[in-house]
Design a protein around this ligand. Sequence first.
Ligand SMILES: *Cc1c(COP(=O)(O)O)cnc(C)c1O
Ligand code: SF4
Length: 331
Amino acid sequence: MRQAPAWQSELAQAVTDPEELLRLLGLNPAWGGGARAAARTFALRVPRAYVARMRRGDPHDPLLRQVLPLADELEPAAGFTLDPVGDLDTLAAPGLLHKYPGRALVLTTGACAVHCRYCFRRHFPYAAHGGAPRRWRAALARIAADPALSEIILSGGDPLSLGDRQLASLVEALDPIPHLKRLRLHTRLPVVLPARVDSGLLEWLAATRLTRVVVIHANHANEIDADVARALGALRKAGCTLLNQAVLLRGVNDSADAQAALAEALFETGVLPYYLHLLDPVQGAAHFEVPADEARALVAAVRARLPGYLVPRLVREIPGADAKRPLEAEV
Ligand SMILES: *Cc1c(COP(=O)(O)O)cnc(C)c1O
Ligand code: SF4
């Protein structure tokens, strides 16, 4: 048998017990009570490589806040729903979302290496509608039959939580479809588990004729350490254009300082800021909300400090709209 790649054992050893996470950070494990209750609706999951970047002894650490379940999540909040972006209305085939002209998104898997508490798909019924390799055939047939599609986005879940053999076969099936020009990955793995970017991954990424775009997901400058920088450098060397999408989160990155530091850290590793998303109103995430007016003021403050190419586009998702909606357009 072939040996499993190192990243898979790192993935299997992710922290899933709130008390263990608190103990690792030198925090009071008794706080795990509320966490345990909240984790019953959406489990805690965080790779140790990501925990290692958290500050010990700081319950407000911006990385910890993104992953620690809190009793706050159980408070009902008006307008916060199970499917806030209307994904279930845009299924073109099992596991295929076609919301926007020219590009479609494959829900490759429901699995993620990390569970972000604010995730807009935290309640998505993957078992019924989501991705699974055995369902790709219908999605591929649909893609092949639609000449208006020029770009396929592999998303999830996190597509890179799948093994390279499955991903390589999916990309090999996309490659010959003549109207496709670009392959895009939406993945948080290069940030939370940089060991995922290994030779097996780089091999199939380099093999496709499609133009490659990798959109990573980092919300705070502290997420980017030397291992992450190395992983991003390898992706760039394999010919990928690197972009970042972030979510504006109360208590994590809701200041011009935090946003400017993130943009600078990204650019140092060859990544351009792409989107800064307003929080999608998903049930359980209301405590992360930053109101739109405050968000606009914050991005204006960043724009006053940084070159234009380092300022992400502030957007929100409106169910039924034909693109992510820039917030400036709403003024
Ligand atoms: C966000 C999203 C995209 C990508 O939108 P871009 O503006 O091209 O980044 C594509 N499909 C779906 C279903 C999406 O949610
Ligand atoms: S990595 Fe992305 S899809 Fe997975 S939990 Fe986080 S935000 Fe959601």
